[in-house]
Design a protein around this ligand. Structure first.
Ligand SMILES: [Zn+2]
Length: 244
């Protein structure tokens, strides 16, 4: 489930439509939250303070008070954490440095969604990694067999697109479900992707309400294979970029 927080406050102030008013108020709140965040260094974990260079930062969506999507005894925040750990472990085994925004259930930096997102952005930017991958599970209602994975990113970011296309095609080789392709977030800007200062992507790993996707969303061998393909896609592009 993506947290759709639009960024740019618009010209719409003149409108008296109640809905627009609510949107604008939430944007203002978000700006305030972002501006008023504590000094970033003080909220980042110890391991980020060194001079270590990070290759990838993994963001396990949701956590703590925020369970994300839930269905079929599956909880999004648990799935995203499992996947983040598995993908990270593979990357580390191949010598890549990985930063994890969340390594357990707790998110002790925020009690609401807005400050949570702001923290994730600040954390990611501190790592100065080559890629941010945020992992989520789609919560949208499943109609007549809706299923599959998709990746959101900036259509204008060629490197991000390259990572996305490779990850998508790698997962597709498993034949588990539908490849829903790359989704351009410019059509519906996502706070996390808009504010990260390097290529960033949001993977919707599957539909929480889909029986087809549940096969690999729940922990087990299929989930492990799914994560392997994601990690392979990331490593292939990292290597290609190094060689260029
Ligand atoms: Zn989500």
């Amino acid at each position: 489930m993506k947290q759709k927080r639009k960024l740019k406050t618009s010209k719409a102030l003149s409108s008296i439509a109640i809905l627009e008013g609510i949107v604008i108020v939430s944007m203002v709140i978000l700006c305030l939250v972002k501006t008023d965040l504590p000094i970033v260094e003080s909220i980042l974990p110890e391991q980020l303070h060194g001079s270590k260079e990070y290759d990838v930062v993994l963001d396990a969506g949701h956590g703590g008070f925020d369970s994300g999507a839930m269905d079929q005894n599956l909880i999004e925040k648990d799935i995203t954490l499992q996947m983040s750990k598995q993908i990270g472990k593979i990357l580390e085994r191949h010598g890549y440095n990985v930063a994890y925004i969340r390594e357990g259930n707790a998110i002790d930096w925020a009690t609401d969604e807005l400050s949570d997102l702001a923290y994730r952005v600040e954390y990611a930017n501190q790592t100065k990694a080559k890629l941010l991958l945020s992992i989520h599970v789609n919560s949208e209602e499943v109609n007549s067999g809706t299923c599959g994975f998709e990746i959101w990113g900036k259509g204008s970011d060629a490197i991000a697109m390259r990572f996305a296309e490779r990850i998508l095609s790698n997962i597709d080789t498993l034949g588990y479900t539908q490849n829903r392709g790359f989704k351009n977030q410019d059509d519906a800007p996502l706070y996390l992707l808009e504010n990260t200062q390097f290529p960033s992507l949001l993977l919707e790993a599957g539909f929480i309400g889909s029986e087809i996707d549940a096969y690999y969303l729940r922990s087990g061998t299929a989930q492990k294979k799914f994560c392997e393909q994601v990690a392979m896609g990331i490593m292939e592009i990292l290597q290609e970029l190094e060689e260029e």
